[in-house]
Design a protein around this ligand. Structure first.
Ligand code: MN
Ligand code: MN
Length: 315
């Protein structure tokens, strides 16, 4: 079997072979990567149904299927990722943070991600519950400066619980730290009450669904201004019909297709970090949630590729 045959055999057997994100090379010490996928299998910040610690593996498994085509990820131009080096670093699963030590998760994510960002790479985080965004945003802001947050979610995640850090408070605390700039940040798909917006622009789910998607895209693009952008995608932004496998599902959300159109509308923004969180495979009997999540995570990888500071080398 020559190399070409081998590539084709792997591509056509997504149920077999080693498990990395979309078959990206496993690289624990990348020095020249453009995009590094990092799993954070932590759900110690969950307030309702746990299980998102199993999310990174489930998303990787479906990413091998979703991302199996040598001709690219429909409908993106195949050159977007072909011209960039995408690697999978594996999971941050140090010490005992799965056993209920949330501050160790924060510490361990920084320890893993800071050196990756120092190489100039962009990080795509796979959760885990949404609290994992807290150290990911912190690390990204330390590297790039205060960020515009594009937050797609059923929940605002800015509830006031004092200093308590969990998957419903981390963006209030991140704004207080100055890592994200509320005046240039926007939340899309929200459908839970929170009287205090913390200064974020809120585009609730009904507004998104009652008008052309292009209007929401334009509002997001105008809001972020010239700041570096971090995109945080909570899979529960999708309606439970499309993403039942998540800890805190809320009826009345986006379709997978609507979410994809929104994300593609962000192409060309200076997106320097992203995450896809809250996939809970034990609640996902058909794998629909993980398939949607893998599709959206690949979309995020394309956005990160297009947000890279230097042009890709000619191929
Ligand atoms: Mn949510
Ligand atoms: Mn969330």
């Amino acid at each position: 079997m020559d190399d070409a045959d081998d590539v084709y055999a792997i591509a056509s057997a997504p149920f077999a072979g080693p498990l990395t994100f979309a078959r990206a090379p496993f690289d624990r010490d990348p020095t020249d990567a453009d995009i590094v996928v990092v799993g954070v299998p932590f759900d110690g910040g969950t307030t309702y149904r746990p299980g998102a610690r199993l999310g990174p593996r489930a998303v990787r498994e479906q990413s091998v299927y979703v991302g199996q085509y040598p001709w690219g990820h429909w409908p993106w131009d195949a050159q977007v990722l072909a011209e960039r080096r995408l690697v999978d670093w594996g999971d941050i699963a140090g010490t005992v943070f799965w056993a209920g030590y949330p501050q160790r998760m924060v510490r361990d994510v920084r320890a893993a991600v800071d050196p990756l960002l120092a190489t100039g790479a962009s990080v795509l985080g796979l959760g885990g519950d949404h609290m994992v965004a807290y150290p990911l945003v912190a690390a990204t802001a330390e590297r790039h400066g205060p960020l515009a947050l594009v937050h797609i979610d059923a929940h605002s995640d800015t509830w006031d619980m004092g200093d308590d850090l969990n998957h419903g408070t981390m963006f209030r605390l991140a704004a207080q730290e100055g890592w994200i700039v509320p005046d240039h940040s926007i939340q899309v798909g929200i459908r839970t009450p929170n009287p205090d917006t913390c200064g974020f622009r809120v585009v609730d789910a009904d507004t998104v669904l009652d008008r052309p998607l292009a209007e929401t895209v334009a509002e997001v693009r105008a809001r972020v201004g010239g700041l570096p952008v971090y995109v945080s995608f909570d899979i529960d932004a999708l309606d439970p019909a499309f993403a039942p496998g998540t800890g805190t599902p809320v009826a009345g959300g986006l379709t997978t297709r609507e979410a994809r159109v929104l994300l593609r509308g962000l192409a060309g923004l200076r997106i320097v970090g992203a995450d896809l969180v809250e996939v809970a495979p034990a609640l996902d009997p058909s794998d629909a949630t993980a398939i949607a999540a893998a599709t959206l995570a690949l979309d995020l990888a394309h956005l990160l590729a297009l947000g890279r500071p230097e042009p890709a080398p000619a191929v």
